[in-house]
Design a protein around this ligand. Structure first.
Ligand code: HEC
Ligand code: HEC
Ligand code: HEC
Ligand code: HEC
Ligand code: HEC
Length: 175
């Protein structure tokens, strides 16, 4: 870290303290524990071995109307699994959700408080930051776990490095 960058993060920290609300670092365990999912879906199998594209299941919108990467529709899975492994207990669970047209209740791995403004379109599409930079080596993981910090210092240090805006109102519209 060069001295200017260090000084600027120190200044940001000071500015933060000067605000009415003090920032308390969020509790994060990195790497986190594997997150058990209701259906034993594997990124290693699908994105790694089968080579399916991330955006097949997480289509990042090209405008900021939707800011999320989203989860795939059960019909996307059933395109293959009405025939592949249809008798496996895990695929039966998946098929039961699909038949009821209800989403599989996937457990979240990365989640920001609702008050934070974050857009996959801006980061993954426009700034062309690879998924691995914020989510780690997903396509080699059987079960996902949190590999990268999404707490404020992680956001701000990349913003400082890439000369992206770092004022409080960038990510906190109400500050
Ligand atoms: C600059 C960091 C960054 C990059 C790059 C990034 N993500 Fe994310 N991702 C996040 C953060 C932060 C969250 C939590 C968002 C929230 O809770 O609002 C998240 C959440 C998600 C989610 C959960 C659903 C959602 O939309 O909140 C999925 C799925 C996801 N990311 C997939 C991807 C994929 C696929 C790529 C590459 C095309 C990618 N991400 C690139 C930071 C990033
Ligand atoms: C392009 C086709 C394709 C899509 C789309 C697809 N899968 Fe798969 N899936 C496979 C193949 C191939 C296997 C490996 C089957 C084998 O081991 O013989 C597999 C294996 C699995 C298994 C392990 C089954 C077992 O008992 O071994 C689960 C669970 C699974 N997929 C869930 C999902 C879910 C959930 C989705 C949607 C998010 C999905 N799949 C989308 C092709 C697909
Ligand atoms: C066949 C569909 C499929 C493909 C392809 C796929 N994913 Fe996923 N992804 C899922 C499903 C289903 C979940 C929810 C279960 C889980 O977390 O494993 C998920 C969850 C995630 C999450 C956790 C989101 C959160 O906050 O809970 C991230 C990050 C993610 N995927 C990134 C990627 C990346 C990066 C790629 C490409 C290397 C990729 N995915 C390819 C179906 C897919
Ligand atoms: C790996 C680097 C990186 C990380 C990590 C990162 N960002 Fe960014 N962010 C960028 C870049 C690059 C831009 C694009 C700046 C531009 O368009 O000039 C950006 C833009 C943004 C913008 C839009 C700013 C504007 O006014 O154009 C917001 C809001 C934002 N990021 C929030 C976040 C949040 C919240 C996090 C943490 C959860 C985060 N970012 C993590 C690199 C990153
Ligand atoms: C690049 C994005 C980004 C910028 C810029 C940013 N924050 Fe944050 N901030 C976050 C994220 C993400 C969280 C939630 C995760 C956490 O607590 O670390 C957060 C959480 C907080 C919290 C705790 C949650 C709350 O609202 O009570 C405070 C206080 C805070 N920020 C103050 C500030 C101040 C003051 C500034 C300006 C010096 C600032 N932030 C600039 C991303 C940002």
């Amino acid at each position: 870290m060069n001295i200017l960058r260090f000084l600027s993060s120190a200044l940001i920290a000071l500015a933060c303290l000067a605000q009415q609300r003090e920032y308390k670092a969020k509790d994060e365990k990195i790497p986190g524990d594997p997150v058990a999912q209701p259906v034993a879906y594997s990124h290693k199998k699908h994105a790694g071995e089968l080579g399916l594209q991330c955006t097949m299941c997480h289509p990042i919108p090209s405008s900021n109307d939707g800011m999320l990467a989203t989860f795939p529709k059960e019909s996307t899975c059933m395109g293959c699994h009405t025939s592949i492994k249809k008798d496996s207990p895990e695929i039966r669970k998946l098929a039961a959700h699909a038949a009821k047209k209800e989403p599989v209740p996937w457990k979240r791995v990365y989640h920001l408080p609702d008050i934070i403004w974050f857009s996959h379109t801006v980061h993954a599409k426009e700034a062309k930051i690879a998924c691995t930079e914020c989510h780690g080596d997903v396509s080699t993981r059987e079960v996902l776990f949190q590999e990268k910090s999404i707490a404020m210092p992680a956001c701000m240090s990349c913003h400082a490095a890439r000369k992206a805006p770092n004022g409080c109102d960038t990510c906190h519209s109400t500050q």
